[in-house]
Design a protein. Structure first.
Length: 503
């Protein structure tokens, strides 16, 4: 009788869960239908079969967004963040591209039927997303939580943290003294990518300085065993934003500010006070507006600051540079056009390109090893820059000085550089499997586990991987998570989670 009651309870929970999931997909379908209908009204070219796979991509990814908004996931659940990015990238972006005829001049000079090619890319993305969903769900259910808990050893942690802060501060001081790098016109910024390569390790050590200081403050405050007031969290994040902007933002690095602010916010969420979805949405919209206006400063330096207050001058700069809200949404936050163009090139000019078969991923892990240590390190032709240049312009087009494409291709785009169009069907389930395993490990952590200091880092890497390339992901880890990861690994005690207590 007891067993029957338990079974009945489980069946009710399972049925209720299925009902909630169905309602999430239904609400996503309603939202996607509105977006598709609006695009058809704006531009009759959207009355085309391409909207079917694009809309289905929106339903698949939008269901995760709906679940997040309805508080069915944690605020910083990587599945939700990735769902938001892919909803925009696989559904909204193609609709906006076709609705407004917003294409890169170089792409548009070759592609003569964008709706058809968006439909083909949408079909590949749809198949990939189905595999991603299945793999993510399977590995989340099959994976087991960890059997150990990591506890901060104060005798090791705080001295190690002071050492990490000292190293970071020294690197930041060297950058400032040697290059004057607190502003957009700093010497190594103006010198371009070649000079940046020589100081990349200094940047990796110096740029996370404000984040390391925040970690120390959070550990001190969270040890007080009380729920911190929202005003304290707000003050900490405002101080982090200000310090990071002065250190990295003034030289034109938007990503350094955004990524560190994300890490700081997530750390506050896990260590001090839960941050609601509402506040994240407000903060994200505010940050998006700031990032858009910041593009004028990044492009024009101190002259671009006038664009903040002078509408007419901003319109002049926009006409010169192509900076606009639509370009920001489609160029900075999505990869729909470049991925579609890569598919076009593979289909129409595939004979003029040699697939890399995983070389760009390998090269991404090696690119930050200095040539002083490895004199025979492979050149950039083996990486994503060489592959992307050759696919866009023809095999052998890459040249380190005369011609190289610095575009970012995203998860599906880099897969096509390596494996062709079938790469889309390969990379999505692999990514889904890793994400399902990772989410299960997060859910199994004890609330006081020190690895919550690292969860924001790997969650950040997960969403960078969706819109960025392997080299972007590796660089982000080394730059924003390298010192912190080393700190946690050397200063924590490992205990069995079974029967253990946290002091």
């Amino acid at each position: 009788m007891i067993q029957r009651k338990r079974s009945t309870t489980l069946n009710k929970r399972s049925s209720r869960s299925r009902g909630v999931r169905f309602s999430n997909y239904a609400l996503a379908a309603v939202g996607v239908s509105v977006a598709v209908g609006w695009s058809m009204v704006v531009n009759p070219l959207c009355i085309h079969w391409f909207v079917i796979p694009v809309a289905l991509c929106g339903v698949l990814t939008g269901a995760d967004v709906v679940a997040w908004v309805r508080r069915e996931m944690d605020t910083f659940d990587p599945k939700a963040i990735i769902g938001i990015l892919w909803f925009h990238g696989t559904c909204l972006s193609p609709l906006l591209h076709v609705s407004f005829g917003a294409y890169s001049e170089f792409f548009d000079s070759q592609v003569d039927d964008w709706p058809m090619w968006f439909g083909r890319m949408g079909t590949a993305s749809l198949a990939g997303l189905v595999l991603y969903k299945l793999a993510q769900r399977y590995f989340y259910r099959r994976s087991r939580p960890g059997s150990r808990i990591w506890i901060v050893n104060d005798r090791l942690f705080f001295p190690s943290l002071v050492g990490a802060i000292t190293i970071s501060a020294a690197a930041a001081a060297i950058i400032f003294v040697r290059f004057g790098a607190l502003h957009k016109e700093a010497g190594f910024v103006l010198a371009g990518e070649e000079e940046m390569v020589h100081v990349s390790w200094l940047l990796m050590l110096g740029d996370p300085l404000p984040l390391l200081v925040l970690v120390g403050l959070l550990c001190f405050l969270s040890d007080q065993r009380r729920r911190s007031a929202a005003v304290i969290v707000g003050m900490l994040l405002l101080a982090l934003l200000s310090a990071q902007f002065l250190l990295t933002g003034m030289r034109g690095s938007r990503s350094a500010v955004i990524y560190v602010l994300f890490l700081g916010t997530a750390l506050c969420h896990y260590r001090l006070r839960r941050i609601s979805v509402t506040w994240i949405l407000v903060g994200a919209m505010s940050l998006g507006v700031g990032a858009y206006y910041y593009k004028y400063f990044k492009r024009f330096g101190s002259v671009g600051i006038e664009a903040l207050s002078d509408t007419e001058y901003r319109q002049t700069l926009s006409a010169r540079s192509g900076i606009s809200p639509l370009a920001f949404l489609l160029g900075d936050l999505a990869r729909a056009d470049i991925q579609t163009f890569l598919m076009y090139r593979l289909v129409e000019h595939g004979d003029d390109y040699r697939l890399r078969w995983g070389k760009t991923y390998v090269f991404a892990t090696l690119m930050f090893i200095p040539r002083a240590i490895w004199p025979t390190k492979p050149s950039g032709v083996h990486g994503k820059v060489g592959a992307g240049t050759d696919l866009q312009f023809g095999e052998g087009s890459y040249h380190p000085i005369r011609r190289k494409s610095s575009r970012v291709y995203g998860l599906a785009g880099e897969a096509m550089l390596n494996f062709g169009i079938p790469g889309v069907l390969l990379v999505y389930p692999v990514f889904g499997a890793l994400l399902g395993w990772y989410r299960r490990k997060i859910d199994g952590l004890h609330p006081e586990d020190a690895r919550f200091l690292l969860v924001p880092v790997f969650t950040m890497l997960a969403f960078i991987a969706t819109v960025g390339d392997a080299d972007n992901t590796v660089f982000a880890f080394l730059k924003y998570g390298g010192l912190l990861t080393a700190l946690v690994f050397v200063s924590c005690d490992r205990r069995s989670a079974v029967g253990s207590t946290v002091a």
